[in-house]
Structures are given as C-alpha cells and as structure tokens.
Design a protein around this ligand. Sequence first.
Ligand code: GAR
Length: 190
Amino acid sequence: MKNIVVLVSGGGTNLQRIIDCTASGEIPNAQVTLVVADRECFGLQRAANHGIPNMLIKRGQDFSANLAKVLPQVTDLIVLAGFLSILNREFCGSFSGKIINIHPALLPKFGGKGMWGHHVHEAVLEAGEKESGATVHFVTPGIDEGQIILQKPFEIADNETVESLAEKIHRIEHEILPVAINKVLKERVP
Ligand code: GAR
C-alpha cells in the first residue's frame, strides 16, 4: 500500500477525488493516511466522513516544522490539494520529489505569491489569455516553480467569467490529479 498525505485549505473537491480514486482502484494500492488543514475548512469534514485521520495545524511560521512532527513515518506522497500555505525550504528539501501541488492555471504563467483560486482566474481574464487550464507539479521552495508533471489546457470562451473558469478548471483538475498521482507513485516510489 502506498501512503498519501493530503494538505487542504478549502472545500476539498480535489481531496474528495483522491479519496474516491483510492476507493475505486483508479489510484491502485494507495490510501490517504492523513489529511492536514492549515485553517478550518470543509476538507477536514470530508476526511472525517471517510474515517480518515485529520487535523488542523494553524498556519504561520511553524507550520512546516509542526507538519513534519505529525507525518506518518511511512509517507510516500504529499499532495497539496487546494492548500494555501507555503512549505519552507527545509521541509521541501526533506521530501524532495515526494510533494506535488495542483495549480489552477497553465504554469509557468500565473503562478507565484498571491496567485491562488479566484486571483488566478481574474488575472487570466484581465490578461486576455486565449487559454487556461490546470497544472500538477512538484513542490520546491520556489512558489509554483517545480517541475511540471501534467498539464491540460482548454480554450477560454468569449463570455467566460471567474466562476465559469473556476468550474471548468475544477473539472480538469479532477481529471489530471489522479493521473499525475499514479505517474509519480509509479515512477518515484519503489
Ligand atoms: C483548486 O482549484 C486548486 O487548483 C486551487 O484551489 C482550488 C481548491 O479546490 N489551488 C490554488 O490556487 C493553489 N495555488 P478544492 O478545495 O475544491 O480542491
């Protein structure tokens, strides 16, 4: 069994997708062993609904160090699924190649500090982009700068809004996240 820890800050639809895929076998031989949130959010409730251990670690300076203390000893993959805190250099170094993030845009465009959720969609529309999409990438100390694992674009419609973009991107995320997880588990975890 491969052991996955998921970090969340929000509604947790990507977490739900991971849980469902481990149950259905779409992500084979894997289980979510712990869900950690950095603030109160529905993601924690989703974990609880499935009997998955879950905890809140307050966001701030000590988050990474506190997370390191509670990580199950055997953790094969850490997935940032709508997670808004920045993991520090030491933490990223200790788990290099084992932390991935889902980002709601086509990196390297529209990434970096402050680029999350609706801020990303607003910036994309303001820039008059012809396409957007979602990216799964490895997490390194540079925000949204790690190697890209998988990306899927779509064409932006004339009447696109922040809400319609968010909805389309969520659909794409739910499609590519399990594929990216399988790819990393297969390639990187013995
Ligand atoms: C997702 O769209 C994810 O890409 C984004 O937050 C949303 C979380 O949705 N993450 C970021 O913006 C991180 N920079 P969810 O809670 O329903 O999975």
